[in-house]
Design a protein around this ligand. Structure first.
Ligand code: UDX
Length: 426
């Protein structure tokens, strides 16, 4: 099939390359000249393990092409995936400006039947809106169908997730569109759920919100376990062994970040409000998440004699999780903001992320921790798990070690003379 992917960000690029691997001819369309230029030469404009190899392969084979020219791209492709961003508005709802622009271009330029698929996470009812926007932009009525087909891949393991999804959700009421979608996904060995567009759109929000809820649950429980001296990791393991609960997304830490969970939980809360209902549980999920990094500030204050003024804090990890260069809604950034408000001096390190601002960033872990009053691990990079703590300890001013991801062995750290504080990592 000839597939057009509109929006060559994280989801769009990965989705396009997966379809290339399945034998389809793909075109990536984006308004951003810089992105298109880079992608045409096989360069990714974001970090994702293994994706650049696949991009190079398909750029060389010409199974994927990139363009800025909407008219030609829309005319030449019969299946169009909308993968543009749906950023958070100030009230928490999703901003559909980019989706609307794409729908209007499709309406303007289409000359024959098309299947338009929304992959971006969009509010319930967006498929109907996309239909309306396309119809309003058409000079004459040409048939088309809109399908909701949400994406569930994670940053850092995008390819693995996109090739081996747990399920594929297809939301449409049109038989011809359903047939095309089935054909597109025939090689995938996972359950395919066929439903209507609204349920499909809700499934994406519900799944992300449920996972966020698991994280906030374990993080809040960690607060109680901390007081009681109980190891939260053991509690997670014990809970996760129950098949009805499952082991995933029960790792206590600094709270969830990234481009999806914070945005989607808020958007679902907003959807409920707009429909005169409330999602009380999700409101609390957000509250727990927002306060999670602050616990570390309090613990640091306690350890360092009451306040952090002029104290040097070395912060390891800026991305919202390991194996990505994404800092959107990263707990590290919230922590930095709080530490600076407390008038601490913040030195930062990350294996790939570079930031500017009122912090000092260093190339090596050794330079970052040099003479620091405390260290805090914010991202679960393997590089931090594998630090030779015995050899770097003499570089640190005071051996206060705050492990926001529970990646270190408490007993080992204490035996090396560190004052270790994890997330109920007893
Ligand atoms: C998420 C969803 O998992 C994915 O299905 C959706 O398509 C996009 O949003 P992503 O944001 O890439 O993916 O990362 P994910 O691995 O889900 O982690 C989200 C956040 O939760 C990270 O900050 C992570 O560190 C945190 N997390 C995750 C925990 O704190 N504990 C856990 O047990 C799991």
């Amino acid at each position: 099939m000839n597939i057009l992917i509109v929006g060559t960000g994280y989801v769009g690029t990965t989705t396009g390359l997966v379809f290339c691997e399945k034998g389809h001819q793909v075109t990536g369309l984006d308004l951003d000249e810089k992105k298109i230029k880079a992608l045409k030469t096989g360069k990714l404009h974001f970090y994702e393990p293994f994706l650049d190899g696949l991009l190079n392969k398909h750029v060389t084979n010409e199974t994927i092409k990139f363009t800025k020219k909407a008219k030609k791209a829309i005319k030449e492709n019969d299946v169009i995936f909308i993968c543009v961003g749906t950023p958070k508005r100030s009230d928490g709802s999703a901003d559909l400006t980019y989706v609307k622009n794409v729908a209007e271009s499709i309406g303007k330029y289409m000359t024959q039947y098309k299947v338009i698929v929304t992959k971006s996470t969009v509010p319930v009812g967006t498929a109907d809106l996309v239909t309306k926007w396309i119809q309003e932009s058409q000079a004459e009525a040409i048939p088309f169908d809109v399908v909701s087909n949400p994406e569930f891949l994670r940053e850092g393991s995008a390819l693995q997730d996109a090739f081996n999804p747990d399920r594929i959700v297809i939301g449409t009421t049109s038989e011809p569109a359903r047939k095309i979608m089935r054909e597109l996904y025939q090689d995938f060995s996972c359950p395919i759920l066929e439903t209507n567009p609204k349920a499909s759109e809700m499934i994406k929000y519900a799944a992300n919100s449920f996972l966020a809820m698991k994280i906030s649950f374990i993080n809040e429980l960690a607060r109680v376990c901390d007081v009681l001296g109980i190891n939260i990791n053991d509690v997670s393991t014990g809970m996760g062994l129950d098949n009805r609960i499952g082991p995933q997304f029960l790792k206590a830490g600094m709270g969830y970040g990234g481009s999806c969970f914070p945005k989607d939980v808020n958007a679902l809360i907003q959807i409920a409000k707009e429909n005169e209902t409330t999602l009380t549980i999700l409101e609390k999920v957000v509250e727990v998440n927002e306060t999670q990094p602050l616990i570390f500030v309090e613990k640091m204050k306690q350890a360092l004699g009451g306040d952090l003024k002029n104290k040097t804090i070395a912060l390891l990890g800026l991305s919202f999780k390991a194996n990505t260069d994404d800092t959107r809604e990263s707990p590290s950034l919230f922590l930095i903001e709080r530490l600076l408000a407390e008038e601490a001096k913040v030195r930062v390190h990350d294996p790939i992320v570079k930031i500017t601002g009122p912090t000092e960033q260093f190339q090596t872990i050794e330079e970052t921790i040099s003479r620091a009053d405390a260290l805090v691990i914010c991202t679960d990079w393997d590089e931090y798990k594998n630090i030779d703590w015995a050899s770097i300890k003499p570089l640190i001013g005071q051996p206060y070690l705050f492990d926001g991801r529970n990646i270190l062995d408490k007993d080992l750290m204490e035996s090396l003379g560190f004052h270790y504080v994890g997330v109920a990592n007893h």
